[in-house]
Ligand binder design. Sequence first.
Ligand code: PLP
Length: 464
Amino acid sequence: MPLLSQLLTGRRPPLALHLPAHGRGRGLAEGLRALLRRPPGSWDLPELPEIGGPLEPEGAVAESQRACADLLGAQRCWFGVNGASGLLQAALLALAQPGDRVLLPRNLHRSLLHGCLLAQLRPVLFDLPFDPASGLWLPPSPEHLERVITAALAQGPLAAVVLVSPSYQGLVGDLSGLIAVAHRHGLPVLLDEAHGAHLGLDPRLPPGGLACGADLVVQSLQKAAGGLAQSAALLQGPGSTIAAEAIERALLWLQSSSPSALLLASSEAALLELHSPRGRRRLRQALDQAERLRRRLTALGLPLLETQDPLRLVLHCAAMGFSGLEADAWLMERGVVAELPEPGCLTFCLGMIPPRGLQRRLPRRLLELRAALAGPALRFERPPLPLVAEPERPLGQAWRGRSEPVPLEQAAGRLAAEPLCPYPPGIPLLIPGERIDGPRAQWLQEQRQLWPDQIADTVKVLIE
Ligand SMILES: Cc1ncc(COP(=O)(O)O)c(C=O)c1O
């Protein structure tokens, strides 16, 4: 039983700075900890009348969803047991009809791409500002989104706009401004707030999506709250006019017929605790620690990127002359497990209760890392992408089409039959049905050097 053995005997590394944000149990919501102390399995119950499920009008789950909606200022709340992924897909199915065009940012999580495939939507991808020093996409400004929507509407109507905020690295732009732009064009906004359940709950954090007017908001409750993996919530904004029946129908299409009571309880406990005085106190303490750590690292001359979420610490590896993937491998061997290695950066998730010894251990390790790997600063090429682009073939047709693998250097002019998607972060660099032009083929070859084990040297293209 390799998995059980690993889970039973695997040792906690000295510094686990990865997701889930409960940090291997330390920051689990208290109600959930109490549940897990009960005899194993006693809580694994079906949708008994007194319990119900996310789509039942009566029972404890319905009551809990209502309480969460009231507490968060949402019109409705649905718990999910297939992560933010499952709820984002349901939201897309609720928002648009087969054949509709939906506007999505280039830093979309792959679950949204899969949602477009399932819903038979036509994704219209929009380019984002790019930082050549870190290699990261940056949040768009409202003016940028205005240009994007205008360009996309020039080619046909849109059914909805999807925004991602915060980014995986904790970057947040002018979310109210962005949502207002979409609304001025009469477009509903689905917000992927997988990393932002805690936003707006402390003055040091920017406001969250509901406060900024998003129509639908999806939160992953293991990424910025004390829930187990796969617990998530879909929230409907107070001003949203999307029919609840359409949302529930889409949830029905995708939801297991036996949603796990444990994961539903995890969603309840994570949300209610985060929004309670105790949860806010914990969050304040975690933010205090994060700020102390940032000050110390900065005083030591270690380059950190500015983020709007202090619980995401982004080490700017490129500024020190090495890649985030190299840094991750080096640190992992020394017991420091980060969350997100990328070519220019390494992101650490400090979690709801940052690990003991963090202030002492991490600065020391990062100084050693710099001494071991430092070199001349790296810079990154801007992705050669148009402001808005639509795949030439329907996603599902291209992904299932007759294809052949070709070396990346011979891919120019061909239509992609599969996504190229380093994971994590799970953001596709190419999507099925997109034509690979010369500059894109060149850029993908460069990306291969930057993500050596994650991008193959061949890509599947359609046989036309
Ligand atoms: C931006 C973003 N959205 C959605 C998801 C999917 O979340 P989950 O893992 O809860 O399905 C992720 C996961 O990493 C993500 O980074």
